[in-house]
Design a protein around this ligand. Structure first.
Ligand code: TXA
Ligand code: MG
Length: 315
Protein backbone atom coordinates (compact mmCIF):
# COMPACT_ATOMS: atom_id res chain seq x y z
CA UNK A 1 0.00 0.00 0.00
CA UNK A 2 1.26 3.49 -0.83
CA UNK A 3 1.32 5.81 2.20
CA UNK A 4 0.44 9.40 1.31
CA UNK A 5 2.13 12.15 3.32
CA UNK A 6 0.09 15.34 3.67
CA UNK A 7 -0.22 18.52 5.75
CA UNK A 8 -3.90 18.97 4.89
CA UNK A 9 -6.41 17.71 7.50
CA UNK A 10 -9.15 17.55 4.83
CA UNK A 11 -7.06 15.31 2.59
CA UNK A 12 -6.34 12.93 5.49
CA UNK A 13 -9.99 12.95 6.60
CA UNK A 14 -11.17 11.86 3.15
CA UNK A 15 -9.33 8.56 3.69
CA UNK A 16 -11.17 8.03 7.00
CA UNK A 17 -14.52 8.61 5.27
CA UNK A 18 -13.55 5.97 2.69
CA UNK A 19 -12.84 3.42 5.44
CA UNK A 20 -9.05 3.72 5.34
CA UNK A 21 -6.52 4.15 8.15
CA UNK A 22 -4.65 7.43 8.85
CA UNK A 23 -1.87 8.41 11.28
CA UNK A 24 -2.40 11.88 12.78
CA UNK A 25 -0.91 14.18 15.45
CA UNK A 26 -2.36 14.95 18.87
CA UNK A 27 -0.98 16.87 21.87
CA UNK A 28 0.30 13.60 23.42
CA UNK A 29 1.64 11.27 20.70
CA UNK A 30 0.67 10.46 17.09
CA UNK A 31 -2.37 8.21 16.76
CA UNK A 32 -3.41 5.83 13.97
CA UNK A 33 -7.15 6.06 13.39
CA UNK A 34 -10.18 4.80 11.54
CA UNK A 35 -13.95 5.38 11.51
CA UNK A 36 -14.99 4.22 15.00
CA UNK A 37 -18.32 2.88 13.69
CA UNK A 38 -16.79 0.75 10.93
CA UNK A 39 -15.75 -2.70 12.09
CA UNK A 40 -13.94 -3.35 8.81
CA UNK A 41 -11.95 -0.11 9.02
CA UNK A 42 -11.05 -0.61 12.70
CA UNK A 43 -9.74 -4.12 11.99
CA UNK A 44 -7.21 -2.53 9.63
CA UNK A 45 -5.68 -0.64 12.59
CA UNK A 46 -5.02 -3.89 14.47
CA UNK A 47 -3.46 -5.39 11.33
CA UNK A 48 -1.27 -2.34 10.65
CA UNK A 49 0.08 -2.28 14.22
CA UNK A 50 0.24 -6.00 14.92
CA UNK A 51 -1.92 -5.24 17.96
CA UNK A 52 -3.55 -8.01 20.05
CA UNK A 53 -7.32 -8.01 19.41
CA UNK A 54 -8.20 -7.84 23.11
CA UNK A 55 -6.43 -4.49 23.63
CA UNK A 56 -9.13 -1.80 23.28
CA UNK A 57 -8.79 1.47 21.35
CA UNK A 58 -9.55 5.02 22.47
CA UNK A 59 -12.35 6.80 20.58
CA UNK A 60 -11.40 10.39 19.72
CA UNK A 61 -14.04 13.12 19.52
CA UNK A 62 -13.99 16.47 17.71
CA UNK A 63 -16.53 17.92 20.13
CA UNK A 64 -18.78 16.95 23.03
CA UNK A 65 -21.83 16.57 20.76
CA UNK A 66 -20.28 13.28 19.62
CA UNK A 67 -20.13 11.87 23.17
CA UNK A 68 -23.68 10.49 23.26
CA UNK A 69 -23.00 8.51 20.10
CA UNK A 70 -20.25 6.45 21.75
CA UNK A 71 -21.16 6.34 25.48
CA UNK A 72 -24.37 4.75 26.75
CA UNK A 73 -24.39 7.23 29.64
CA UNK A 74 -22.04 9.71 31.31
CA UNK A 75 -21.63 9.06 35.06
CA UNK A 76 -21.47 12.08 37.38
CA UNK A 77 -17.73 11.68 38.08
CA UNK A 78 -17.03 11.58 34.34
CA UNK A 79 -18.99 14.78 33.78
CA UNK A 80 -16.90 16.55 36.43
CA UNK A 81 -13.67 15.44 34.70
CA UNK A 82 -15.02 16.43 31.28
CA UNK A 83 -15.86 19.91 32.58
CA UNK A 84 -12.37 20.29 34.03
CA UNK A 85 -10.11 18.62 31.45
CA UNK A 86 -11.78 18.27 28.02
CA UNK A 87 -10.35 18.97 25.52
CA UNK A 88 -7.04 17.60 26.78
CA UNK A 89 -4.81 14.57 27.39
CA UNK A 90 -7.36 12.62 29.43
CA UNK A 91 -9.17 9.42 28.42
CA UNK A 92 -12.34 8.40 30.29
CA UNK A 93 -13.62 4.84 30.44
CA UNK A 94 -17.40 4.95 30.11
CA UNK A 95 -20.23 2.48 29.45
CA UNK A 96 -20.12 1.56 25.73
CA UNK A 97 -22.92 2.67 23.42
CA UNK A 98 -24.34 -0.32 21.52
CA UNK A 99 -23.42 1.34 18.20
CA UNK A 100 -19.68 1.11 18.95
CA UNK A 101 -18.43 -2.17 17.45
CA UNK A 102 -16.89 -4.57 19.99
CA UNK A 103 -13.72 -4.74 17.91
CA UNK A 104 -13.05 -1.16 19.12
CA UNK A 105 -13.37 -2.06 22.81
CA UNK A 106 -11.58 -5.40 22.70
CA UNK A 107 -14.88 -7.09 23.54
CA UNK A 108 -15.49 -4.95 26.66
CA UNK A 109 -18.77 -3.26 27.59
CA UNK A 110 -16.88 -0.02 28.23
CA UNK A 111 -15.34 2.47 25.84
CA UNK A 112 -12.37 4.83 26.21
CA UNK A 113 -13.15 8.38 25.07
CA UNK A 114 -11.00 11.46 24.66
CA UNK A 115 -11.07 14.86 22.98
CA UNK A 116 -7.56 16.01 21.97
CA UNK A 117 -6.54 19.62 22.51
CA UNK A 118 -4.66 20.14 19.27
CA UNK A 119 -5.49 22.40 16.35
CA UNK A 120 -4.55 20.01 13.54
CA UNK A 121 -6.18 17.00 15.25
CA UNK A 122 -9.36 18.98 15.77
CA UNK A 123 -9.49 20.14 12.13
CA UNK A 124 -8.87 16.56 11.02
CA UNK A 125 -11.60 15.06 13.21
CA UNK A 126 -14.11 17.73 12.27
CA UNK A 127 -13.47 16.93 8.63
CA UNK A 128 -13.91 13.21 9.40
CA UNK A 129 -17.41 14.04 10.64
CA UNK A 130 -17.45 11.03 12.98
CA UNK A 131 -15.59 9.70 16.04
CA UNK A 132 -12.18 8.22 15.23
CA UNK A 133 -10.91 5.10 17.02
CA UNK A 134 -7.14 5.33 17.43
CA UNK A 135 -4.29 3.80 19.39
CA UNK A 136 -0.77 5.24 19.32
CA UNK A 137 0.79 5.05 15.83
CA UNK A 138 3.63 2.64 16.64
CA UNK A 139 4.15 -1.04 15.88
CA UNK A 140 2.80 -2.88 18.92
CA UNK A 141 5.40 -2.90 21.71
CA UNK A 142 7.53 -0.07 20.25
CA UNK A 143 7.88 3.45 21.71
CA UNK A 144 4.92 5.70 20.85
CA UNK A 145 5.65 8.12 17.96
CA UNK A 146 6.18 11.76 18.86
CA UNK A 147 7.06 12.78 15.28
CA UNK A 148 5.43 11.95 11.96
CA UNK A 149 8.74 10.43 10.89
CA UNK A 150 8.48 7.91 13.76
CA UNK A 151 4.95 7.01 12.64
CA UNK A 152 6.28 6.63 9.08
CA UNK A 153 9.11 4.39 10.31
CA UNK A 154 6.61 1.98 11.92
CA UNK A 155 3.62 2.22 9.54
CA UNK A 156 4.90 3.06 6.03
CA UNK A 157 3.13 0.80 3.53
CA UNK A 158 0.63 -0.26 6.23
CA UNK A 159 -1.60 2.84 6.38
CA UNK A 160 -3.19 4.92 3.63
CA UNK A 161 -2.03 8.33 4.86
CA UNK A 162 0.05 10.19 7.44
CA UNK A 163 -1.05 13.68 8.48
CA UNK A 164 2.23 15.49 9.09
CA UNK A 165 2.81 18.00 11.85
CA UNK A 166 5.41 19.20 14.36
CA UNK A 167 6.74 17.06 17.17
CA UNK A 168 4.08 16.44 19.82
CA UNK A 169 3.96 18.64 22.89
CA UNK A 170 3.48 16.20 25.80
CA UNK A 171 5.46 13.26 24.41
CA UNK A 172 3.61 10.82 26.71
CA UNK A 173 0.12 9.41 26.27
CA UNK A 174 -3.11 10.55 27.90
CA UNK A 175 -4.10 9.58 31.43
CA UNK A 176 -6.71 6.78 31.38
CA UNK A 177 -9.37 7.01 34.10
CA UNK A 178 -12.07 4.40 34.69
CA UNK A 179 -15.29 6.25 35.53
CA UNK A 180 -17.57 3.21 35.74
CA UNK A 181 -16.97 2.44 39.44
CA UNK A 182 -17.80 4.32 42.65
CA UNK A 183 -14.52 6.28 42.63
CA UNK A 184 -12.45 7.27 39.59
CA UNK A 185 -9.55 4.89 39.06
CA UNK A 186 -6.41 5.81 37.11
CA UNK A 187 -5.64 2.80 34.91
CA UNK A 188 -2.71 4.45 33.14
CA UNK A 189 -0.90 7.52 34.51
CA UNK A 190 -0.34 10.12 31.81
CA UNK A 191 -0.15 13.75 30.83
CA UNK A 192 -2.79 14.86 33.36
CA UNK A 193 -1.33 14.15 36.81
CA UNK A 194 -3.10 12.27 39.61
CA UNK A 195 -2.75 15.38 41.78
CA UNK A 196 -4.61 17.51 39.22
CA UNK A 197 -7.40 14.94 38.96
CA UNK A 198 -7.66 14.93 42.76
CA UNK A 199 -8.15 18.70 42.87
CA UNK A 200 -11.43 18.05 41.03
CA UNK A 201 -12.28 14.64 42.52
CA UNK A 202 -10.33 13.96 45.73
CA UNK A 203 -11.45 10.29 45.78
CA UNK A 204 -9.47 9.53 42.58
CA UNK A 205 -6.93 6.78 43.15
CA UNK A 206 -4.32 4.87 41.24
CA UNK A 207 -5.11 1.30 40.17
CA UNK A 208 -2.71 -1.18 41.70
CA UNK A 209 -0.74 -2.53 38.76
CA UNK A 210 -0.74 -6.04 40.23
CA UNK A 211 -4.36 -6.13 41.39
CA UNK A 212 -7.16 -7.88 39.47
CA UNK A 213 -8.57 -4.35 38.93
CA UNK A 214 -6.25 -3.91 35.98
CA UNK A 215 -7.94 -6.75 34.12
CA UNK A 216 -10.07 -3.77 33.13
CA UNK A 217 -7.12 -2.13 31.36
CA UNK A 218 -5.89 -4.88 29.08
CA UNK A 219 -3.19 -2.67 27.55
CA UNK A 220 -1.19 -2.70 30.76
CA UNK A 221 -0.60 -6.46 30.33
CA UNK A 222 1.53 -6.13 27.24
CA UNK A 223 5.18 -5.32 26.67
CA UNK A 224 5.35 -1.63 25.87
CA UNK A 225 7.38 1.38 24.88
CA UNK A 226 10.54 -0.66 24.37
CA UNK A 227 13.47 0.35 22.17
CA UNK A 228 15.73 -2.40 20.82
CA UNK A 229 18.45 -1.39 23.28
CA UNK A 230 18.38 -2.47 26.92
CA UNK A 231 16.96 0.24 29.23
CA UNK A 232 18.63 0.54 32.65
CA UNK A 233 17.09 2.74 35.35
CA UNK A 234 19.51 4.39 37.75
CA UNK A 235 19.14 6.44 40.95
CA UNK A 236 22.52 8.12 40.69
CA UNK A 237 24.01 9.33 37.35
CA UNK A 238 27.40 7.95 38.47
CA UNK A 239 25.99 4.41 38.06
CA UNK A 240 25.88 4.78 34.26
CA UNK A 241 28.71 3.17 32.26
CA UNK A 242 29.87 5.37 29.37
CA UNK A 243 30.98 3.99 26.01
CA UNK A 244 30.32 3.79 22.25
CA UNK A 245 27.33 1.51 22.83
CA UNK A 246 25.89 3.58 25.69
CA UNK A 247 23.37 6.39 25.91
CA UNK A 248 22.36 8.65 28.79
CA UNK A 249 19.08 10.46 29.45
CA UNK A 250 18.29 12.30 32.67
CA UNK A 251 18.05 15.52 34.62
CA UNK A 252 21.58 15.50 36.05
CA UNK A 253 24.86 14.86 34.20
CA UNK A 254 26.91 11.70 34.81
CA UNK A 255 30.65 12.22 35.49
CA UNK A 256 31.61 11.79 31.79
CA UNK A 257 28.56 12.91 29.84
CA UNK A 258 30.40 13.22 26.52
CA UNK A 259 31.76 9.69 26.72
CA UNK A 260 28.17 8.48 26.01
CA UNK A 261 27.58 8.18 22.27
CA UNK A 262 24.03 9.58 22.56
CA UNK A 263 23.02 11.82 25.45
CA UNK A 264 20.44 14.40 26.42
CA UNK A 265 20.13 16.37 29.64
CA UNK A 266 16.64 17.61 30.40
CA UNK A 267 15.98 20.78 32.36
CA UNK A 268 12.85 19.44 34.04
CA UNK A 269 10.47 16.46 34.17
CA UNK A 270 8.22 17.93 31.45
CA UNK A 271 11.15 18.07 29.03
CA UNK A 272 12.23 14.56 30.05
CA UNK A 273 8.72 13.25 29.28
CA UNK A 274 8.66 15.05 25.92
CA UNK A 275 12.08 13.67 25.04
CA UNK A 276 11.76 10.04 26.16
CA UNK A 277 10.27 8.18 23.18
CA UNK A 278 12.14 10.33 20.67
CA UNK A 279 15.37 9.55 22.50
CA UNK A 280 14.66 5.80 22.42
CA UNK A 281 14.24 5.92 18.65
CA UNK A 282 17.41 7.99 18.20
CA UNK A 283 19.28 5.35 20.19
CA UNK A 284 17.93 2.54 18.02
CA UNK A 285 18.97 4.42 14.87
CA UNK A 286 22.49 4.82 16.31
CA UNK A 287 22.75 1.11 17.22
CA UNK A 288 22.99 1.80 20.97
CA UNK A 289 23.04 -1.29 23.20
CA UNK A 290 22.41 0.19 26.67
CA UNK A 291 20.32 3.26 27.53
CA UNK A 292 20.82 4.63 31.04
CA UNK A 293 17.83 6.61 32.30
CA UNK A 294 17.85 8.56 35.53
CA UNK A 295 14.83 7.87 37.76
CA UNK A 296 12.59 10.74 38.85
CA UNK A 297 10.30 11.10 41.88
CA UNK A 298 6.92 9.44 41.10
CA UNK A 299 4.86 12.60 41.58
CA UNK A 300 3.14 14.94 39.13
CA UNK A 301 4.15 14.05 35.57
CA UNK A 302 6.97 12.00 37.13
CA UNK A 303 4.47 9.22 37.88
CA UNK A 304 3.68 8.73 34.18
CA UNK A 305 7.34 9.08 33.22
CA UNK A 306 8.39 6.39 35.73
CA UNK A 307 5.56 4.12 34.49
CA UNK A 308 6.90 4.32 30.90
CA UNK A 309 10.52 3.94 32.04
CA UNK A 310 9.72 0.83 34.08
CA UNK A 311 7.81 -0.80 31.22
CA UNK A 312 10.60 0.01 28.77
CA UNK A 313 13.14 -1.48 31.20
CA UNK A 314 11.11 -4.72 31.36
CA UNK A 315 11.11 -4.97 27.56
O1 TXA B 1 -2.59 9.94 24.28
C1 TXA B 1 -3.16 8.89 23.95
O2 TXA B 1 -3.93 8.28 24.70
C2 TXA B 1 -2.85 8.33 22.56
C3 TXA B 1 -3.38 9.32 21.53
C4 TXA B 1 -3.24 8.81 20.12
O3 TXA B 1 -4.72 9.62 21.82
N1 TXA B 1 -3.45 7.04 22.38
C5 TXA B 1 -2.98 5.93 23.00
O4 TXA B 1 -3.68 4.77 22.68
O5 TXA B 1 -2.05 5.92 23.77
P1 TXA B 1 -3.18 3.31 23.05
O6 TXA B 1 -4.11 2.39 22.36
O7 TXA B 1 -1.76 3.18 22.73
O8 TXA B 1 -3.44 3.19 24.60
C6 TXA B 1 -4.77 3.16 25.08
C7 TXA B 1 -4.81 2.57 26.46
C8 TXA B 1 -4.49 1.09 26.47
O9 TXA B 1 -3.72 0.78 27.62
C9 TXA B 1 -5.87 0.43 26.52
O10 TXA B 1 -5.84 -0.84 27.09
C10 TXA B 1 -6.63 1.44 27.36
O11 TXA B 1 -6.16 2.70 26.96
N2 TXA B 1 -8.08 1.37 27.09
C11 TXA B 1 -8.74 1.75 25.97
N3 TXA B 1 -10.06 1.45 26.07
C12 TXA B 1 -10.23 0.88 27.28
C13 TXA B 1 -11.35 0.34 27.98
N4 TXA B 1 -12.57 0.33 27.44
N5 TXA B 1 -11.14 -0.16 29.21
C14 TXA B 1 -9.91 -0.17 29.77
N6 TXA B 1 -8.81 0.32 29.17
C15 TXA B 1 -8.97 0.82 27.94
MG1 MG C 1 0.10 2.56 22.62
Amino acid sequence: MHTLLTNAPQVAAAFIRRGEVVAFPTETVFGVGADAFSEVAVRKIFAAKGRPADNPLIVHLADLDQLDRVAARVPEVAQRLIDAFFPGPLTLILPRHADVPRVVTGGLDTVGVRMPRHEVAEAFMRACGRPVAAPSANQSGRPSPTTWQAAYEDLEGRVACILQDDRTEAGLESTVVDCTGAAPLVLRPGAVSLERLQTVLPATRLADADAPDTARSPGTRYRHYAPRARVLLIDDPAEATPGQGSAYLGLHPPPELHAFRVHTLCQDVETYARELFHFFRRCDAAGIKAIYCEKVPPEGLGLALMDRLRRAAQG
